[in-house]
Design a protein around this ligand. Structure first.
Ligand SMILES: [Zn+2]
Length: 324
């Protein structure tokens, strides 16, 4: 008989944990496959990141020094996205909202048309095993780059991307700077997400959610400093897509055991468990469930509740997924 997810956590059965259906709602395509896959393709070793990086700046230093020089061509970024889907399928992920940065268009002679052409092909090729929902990724610095902003508007107009996300250095733009872009995405029926509260506080989370009318928040863990903001998020059903190892390695939280996802959950905020940048943090979604269990953050039943809630509304095209 098939082992349940709860028993798989308790008995630390890796195969049963991986086999359980999951989603990944917070993953950036550029760094989306595990480092060993890129090493195998390149035929060389890539230095791992330090265990603790100093916030986003520290991560960018590592990524620019070690990873980025190998990624700056169309063939490799396409390989990374395809390899990420194979990783996710092997990890039991049945639906993935993966963000494709607007700057990706620079690698194609025909710009966004080329990006979307490749993504359409991926969606249909992997469709029997995983539901890929392409997300439009906007770095905050695009707000002060008219060419990138015009490309972002163009991308929304294509009607292809199902959601939008905003990320990178918080100080690069205020939410007001992308208000019209988000209004346009909302009118196009896209799900609205943004990175906020990764390092910043609860009020910043609330202000950004209100101003951009976000449906979901990437990270958002800063909300845990305010019971009022947590209740507000819970009352409005705003889900936080959390990436535990990313938060620990970037020193947003001191260690796994004290991760505020526990407090958010206790206060009724909907949370999910996700990978962020597997090439950097070297964790799959299954790893992250296991990490939270082993650190004593959640019981096995609580993690199963979080997992099941994340699967609600996922259109199941996966044949061997009877649980859904
Ligand atoms: Zn992220």
């Amino acid at each position: 008989m098939k082992m349940s997810f709860v028993d798989a956590l308790k008995e630390d059965s890796w195969d049963a944990l991986r086999a359980a259906p999951k989603v990944d709602l917070h993953c950036h395509a550029y760094f989306s496959t595990r480092r060993h896959n890129l090493e195998a393709r390149l035929g060389c070793r890539l230095d791992p990141p330090p265990e603790k990086m100093n916030k986003l700046g520290g991560m960018i230093v590592y990524a620019m020094d070690v990873l980025d020089p190998h990624l700056r061509n169309r063939e490799t970024i396409e390989f990374v996205a395809e390899s990420a889907l194979r990783d996710a399928i092997g990890d039991g992920v049945v639906m993935m909202e993966i963000s494709f940065d607007i700057r990706r268009a620079a690698y194609y002679e025909d710009g966004l048309t080329g990006v979307v052409g490749h993504l359409r092909e991926l969606v249909s090729r992997f469709q029997p095993q995983i539901e890929l929902r392409p997300e439009l990724g906007i770095p905050r610095q695009a707000a002060s780059d008219p060419k990138l902003m015009s490309r972002a508007h163009e991308a929304i107009g294509l009607g292809f991307f199902q959601s939008i996300d905003l990320y990178d250095h918080q100080e690069a733009c205020e939410p007001e700077d992308v208000e019209s872009l988000y209004a346009e995405a909302k009118a196009a029926g896209m799900k609205l997400k943004a990175h906020v509260g990764e390092f910043g506080g609860a009020e910043e989370v609330r202000r950004t959610v209100e101003l951009l009318e976000l449906d979901e928040v990437q990270h958002g863990i800063g909300a845990a400093e305010s019971v009022e903001v947590m209740r507000w998020l819970a009352g409005n059903g705003i889900r936080l897509n959390v990436c535990p190892t990313s938060n620990v390695m970037l020193d947003a939280v001191p260690d796994m055991a004290s991760h505020p996802i526990r407090l958010l959950f206790e206060n009724g905020v909907p949370v999910t468990v996700n990978s962020d940048d597997p090439m950097i943090f070297d964790q799959s979604v299954t790893d992250e469930y296991r990490n939270l269990y082993r650190a004593g953050v959640f019981s096995a039943d609580e993690l199963d509740e979080i997992r099941r809630a994340s699967l609600k509304g996922v259109v199941n095209r996966v044949a061997n997924c009877p649980e859904l």
